[in-house]
Design a protein around this ligand. Sequence first.
Ligand code: KMH
Ligand code: ZN
Length: 276
Amino acid sequence: MEKLIITAAICGAEVTKQHNPAVPYTVEEIGREAYAAYKAGASIIHLHVREDDGTPTQSKERFAACAAEISKLCPDVIIQPSTGGAVGMSNDERLQPLELNPEIATLDCGTCNFGGDDIFVNTENMIKDFGKRMIERGIKPECEVFDKGMIDMANRLQKKGFIEKPMHFNLVMGVNGGISGEPRDLIFMQESLPQGSTFTVSGIGRTQAAMSTMAIILGGHVRVGFEDNVYIKKGVLAKSNADFVEKVAHIAEAFGREIATPDEARKILSIERKKN
Ligand code: KMH
Ligand code: ZN
């Protein structure tokens, strides 16, 4: 089996220090959390950025500052900016980090209820536009799919030329409004992927341990971090993103799956290293 790529989603846009005081906001905190996750075995940092008070932003300047801080501490790590941003942001706001020409960025492949009145909007035209810009800039999209229909959407748009092969997916399991995080759900999602795709799995909240373990067994990759879960076990807050990465590394070891370095992850995902 291929080596395991661990992605650390270190801060997200919605989770706050009220949920867990260790959620990073400042450039320094983001650098520190990225470094801790990297030392524990993460080869990709999925990056959202915040103002110092925690307000989510997609500011190009803030992304550049955080990316510089992360690269200073972990020179070879893959930095994957979010183009999802936070619920309610405009397209122009969300697209800003693409101007920094990262190696990889997220491409959200459908609209999803996010609980209460929150709707995370990704119309077909938006996905086409975001996808086209990524092709023009040589940025690998990680297709974020919250349900099976979003895999089908990505597949259709690949055939129309808006996404290039080989495709890479993040199967996001257990979002309020998306597919749930039962074992049969993940099997169904994996079986629905286009041939030749790679995939990582984000288990949200309490689904995380089971979904991560299944991803390791099924030959997928794993994403963990404060964006997806703040508890390391029932009722116990994680002290750092590194706690989650270490937990995944231990499970991988138990199943004989080695951890990929950033350069090995680039090879698995068919992405070329760009200078950070
Ligand atoms: N914060 C969510 C609204 C992504 O990074 O592309 C969107 C999100 C997905 O986190
Ligand atoms: Zn995200």
